[in-house]
Design a protein around this ligand. Structure first.
Ligand code: HEM
Length: 538
């Protein structure tokens, strides 16, 4: 009954990767035969022609011809680091996941990224940043695949291809490469008012972070936590950087783009190399798991909404330290494959419709990007928990599985393979009632308010931060060729804040429209405006 059939590669133990390199005394072919010359091809006579018989030439060129894999369809440009996560034990009252227990140290790999630009684009563009962490826990891998902005542009994952088609470069001219200042982006966000909240964060200083080390991270969706007795709680994950949250000004970002397009990845690697290990505290906001799944009137399944920290404080549950740079960018940073469905016992999903599309999308896209269904065997993706699956064969199969009965039940491989129960650490989905209604595509009415929270965000900013937002809207909308798009975007701003709308309209030389929805009062939230603040040391 021991779960260890895939022994041949050591895949389940996280064994050291194949370390082939070019540092040894002599070069070899891929088959290990020593080479005496890699600089000249085999020719018929001194002046050729070159002979097809030259195996080394053919192997070297063929391999080179196939060096590239598709870049990620989004978040293509990234930088990553290894580290450790240490649990505080404070989460135990709501979550049984073993890696959160006091003092438990779990190896991690974190990849930061921009969303829109291609692999070779610049770092300091205005964009949302990815913040994805793979926890190699003893109970199976947990991936927290979040962003540096706590909300998302859309409420339903069926619209993800649409928003991404809109933010990516125009199909005809393939411009702009990595900025959001263009017609299709503004066409989309002005036609989809649900995008307004994310748009405001994106156009604030949060859209141009100073450093990956100085960004917050958010799991965005609400997750369901399960404690040791099976009781459930709803929760949102937050990463708080120890260095505080800091941004660039627009002018700094533009200059740096030209001077050092690798600014963020250099900053991360240099800091780690010099021993200044970046740290983030992981925290959770917790909410009672009620049938409505709302908190203080906020729908917890709506990924365009936050819960202000004044209403639900972030409770610290552990510390992440990034302390080792990758050895090989391609093997690690490029081939790492995150998935929101990689969850250990104690953490479950909710019915957020954005999250559900993600549960499908990541594995699907990685099958293409990483060349087949066996990429969990790539060293960076190997779980550190024992693996005993019945998955077989397929492209790039590295395991040499023992046993003859990859099905269950069987009477050949030592009897019926062991199935763990919940009491011995199996992952069991939380039973949830399903609505007894007809199939429907419409969003719930509680998803309909698209302006209160952007207003809350904007009015929580300091005067200088607001000025930056006004300038960002004015600059970006000024880049739109279509006047009708600019006008429609102004109508959205009018529904958020009349003064902001008037300032942007003035900058664009257009009349400021009236609000079409009642513009309510909100209480500014100090916790939202944290730019420049440093970790509380007490
Ligand atoms: C990649 C975050 C929504 C599809 C990523 C990455 C992050 C991320 C951080 C980069 C992973 C890496 O570094 O390798 C988010 C967040 C979302 C969101 C926070 C919303 C809250 C979605 C949705 C979909 C989607 C709705 C599709 C329905 C993808 C795909 C990739 C990706 C296809 C590329 C994955 C790969 O090739 O490895 N996302 N995403 N994302 N995301 Fe999302």
């Amino acid at each position: 009954a021991s779960p260890s059939t895939r022994t041949a590669t050591g895949a389940e133990t996280g064994a050291a990767a194949d370390t082939r390199g070019q540092q040894a005394e002599y070069l070899t072919t891929a088959q290990g035969a020593r080479l005496y010359d890699t600089d000249h091809s085999l020719k018929a006579g001194e002046r050729g022609p070159t002979l097809l018989q030259d195996h080394h030439l053919r192997e070297k060129i063929t391999h080179f011809d196939h060096e590239r894999i598709p870049e990620r369809v989004v978040h293509a440009r990234g930088a990553a680091a290894h580290g450790v996560f240490v649990g505080y034990g404070t989460a135990a009252q709501v979550c049984k996941a073993g890696f959160l227990a006091e003092g438990v140290t779990t190896p991690v790999f974190t990849r930061f990224s921009t969303v829109v630009g291609s692999r070779g684009s610049a770092d300091t563009v205005r964009d949302t940043r990815g913040f994805a962490t793979k926890f190699y826990t003893a109970e199976g891998t947990f991936d927290l695949v979040g962003n540096n902005i706590p909300v998302f542009f859309i409420q339903d994952g069926i619209k993800f291809p649409d928003i991404i088609h809109a933010v990516k470069p125009h199909p005809d001219r393939e411009i702009p490469q990595a900025q959001s200042a263009h017609d299709t982006f503004w066409d989309f966000v002005s036609l989809h008012t649900e995008a307004t909240h994310h748009l405001f964060w994106h156009l604030s200083d949060r859209g141009i972070p100073r450093s990956y080390r100085m960004m917050e991270g958010f799991g965005v969706h609400t997750f369901r936590l399960v404690d040791a007795k099976g009781a459930t709680t709803l929760a949102k994950f937050h990463w708080k950087p120890k260095l505080g949250v800091h941004s660039l000004t627009w002018e700094e970002a533009q200059l740096i783009n030209g001077i050092d397009p690798d600014f963020h990845r250099r900053d991360l690697a240099d800091a780690i190399e010099s021993g200044a290990f970046p740290q983030w505290e992981l925290g959770i906001q917790v909410f009672p798991d009620t049938p409505e799944q709302t908190f203080e009137g906020i729908d917890l399944l709506d990924p365009t909404k936050i819960v202000p920290e004044e209403l639900a404080p972030v409770q610290p549950i552990g510390m992440l330290t990034l302390n080792r740079n990758p050895t090989n960018f391609f093997a690690e940073t490029e081939q790492v494959a995150f998935h929101v469905g990689h969850l250990p016992p104690g953490i479950d999903v909710t019915d957020d419709p954005l999250l559900h599309a993600r549960l499908f999308s990541y594995l699907d896209t990685q099958i293409t990007r990483l060349g087949g269904p066996n990429f969990a065997q790539i060293p960076i993706n190997r779980p550190h928990a024992p693996v005993n699956d019945m998955l077989r064969d397929g492209f790039h199969q590295h395991a040499v599985q023992s046993g003859v009965a990859p099905y269950k039940p069987n009477t050949l491989d030592g009897g019926c393979p062991f199935m763990a129960g919940a009491d011995v650490g199996a992952y069991v989905e939380v039973a949830q009632p399903v609505a007894q209604s007809v199939k429907q595509r419409e969003a719930p009415a509680s998803f309909a308010d698209h302006f209160t929270q952007p207003r809350l965000f904007y009015r929580s900013l300091s005067p200088v931060e607001r000025e930056h937002v006004v300038r960002a809207f004015t600059f970006e909308l000024g880049k739109c060729y279509e006047q009708s798009i600019r006008e429609r975007a102004l109508r959205i701003l009018a529904n958020v804040d009349a003064e902001l709308c008037a300032q942007v309209a003035d900058g664009l030389g257009l009349p400021a429209p009236e609000a079409t929805k009642p513009v309510g009062e909100v209480t500014p939230s100090p916790a939202l405006s944290q730019i420049g603040q440093v970790w509380p040391t007490a």
